[in-house]
Design a protein around this ligand. Structure first.
Ligand code: GLU
Length: 304
């Protein structure tokens, strides 16, 4: 398979969608990003790599960080994690409050904001230096020591993070989180603010694509079965209320973020990351989804 040629074809084919959608502007710092950018990078378990566009430009990974916090939480808590968070698709928006109220403060899954805020709380409880430990893990899994938080983005999100604050308050009311609400929110926003390029993300997601490889990064250890289970949750919950559409169009487990990034995996074959800031109404990258749909159509490779 000539992935470089395929990616170059895709790059051409998605150009008609270049102006569709709108970048996230509810986080003031993200509104400053040039929306007309696109990058894509694929890495196979056989060591092949291919990329197009701005594959080396770093962007705000936002909710893609939830996959990494889930890996950490599962390594630390094992199956007892599921006493606090469910693993069912939500079918609701990433920041929805309604379901959380009805379900008495137990988030549907780790990839909606409520679930990730609970994971931030657990990490604060269990890690000695949560900020340093999370960053060390991300750097280890991506094999790159220059990856960092963007504290301006985190502060910008906090400055108008009213809905996430409401979610954290509801979680606290139901005793699903233990730590101080403000501390939990600050750490949640900080994790979302990590910046990575498509190349770095796809390398990081190789750890999930190849569950036969030992998962042991900066002391965070998962069994092959735990990695496969993370992939199952990616498949069912990675795209909020568009998870069904993504499965239908693309057919790969993946996770999106409102920075416009998507990381996806084809188990035991490859990890791919794509980035373009313009989002559809569900908060997922328009060109990103299109590019991945073309990738699995052209290669005829998907999990289905
Ligand atoms: N930090 C973002 C928020 O809480 C993450 C959402 C996303 O990337 O989907 O709204």
């Amino acid at each position: 398979m000539d992935y470089q040629e395929i990616l170059e074809d895709i790059y051409q084919a998605i150009q008609p969608y270049a102006k569709e959608g709108k970048q996230a502007d509810y986080i003031p710092e993200l509104a400053k990003v040039n929306p007309d950018q696109f990058g894509m990078c694929i890495n196979t378990i056989y060591g092949e790599t291919a990329s197009v566009g701005a594959a080396d430009t770093r962007f705000s990974i936002q909710s893609i960080s939830k996959v990494l916090s889930l890996a950490m939480c599962l390594s630390i808590k094992g199956d007892s994690l599921w006493e606090r968070i469910g693993k069912e698709p939500s079918g609701t928006a990433f920041n929805s409050l309604v379901q959380l109220e009805i379900e008495k403060g137990i988030p549907r899954n780790p990839f909606i904001n409520a679930g990730a805020i609970v994971m931030a709380d657990l990490l604060l409880t269990h890690l000695e230096n949560p900020e340093d430990d999370f960053l060390r893990f991300v750097r280890a899994v991506a094999g790159n020591d220059t990856i960092d938080y963007n504290r301006d983005v985190a502060a910008s999100e906090r400055s108008c993070g009213y809905l996430n604050a409401a979610i954290a308050n509801m979680l606290k009311y139901h005793k699903t989180i233990d730590n101080d609400i403000e501390r939990v929110l600050q750490f949640y926003f900080l994790m979302c603010s990590i910046e990575m390029s498509c190349r770095e993300l796809s390398l990081a997601f190789m750890a999930f694509a190849n569950h036969r490889r030992k998962f042991d990064y900066a002391g965070i250890i998962l069994t092959p079965s735990q990695v496969k289970r993370i992939n199952a949750i990616l498949q069912t919950c990675g795209f909020y209320d568009e998870a069904g559409e993504f499965a239908y169009l693309v057919g790969l487990p993946g996770k999106s973020g409102v920075g416009g990034g998507i990381a996806a995996i084809y188990p035991l074959q490859y990890a791919v990351a794509v980035w373009s800031p313009r989002l559809n109404s569900k908060g997922n990258s328009v060109m990103g989804i299109k590019a991945l749909e073309l990738l699995t159509s052209q290669t005829k490779e998907s999990i289905f």
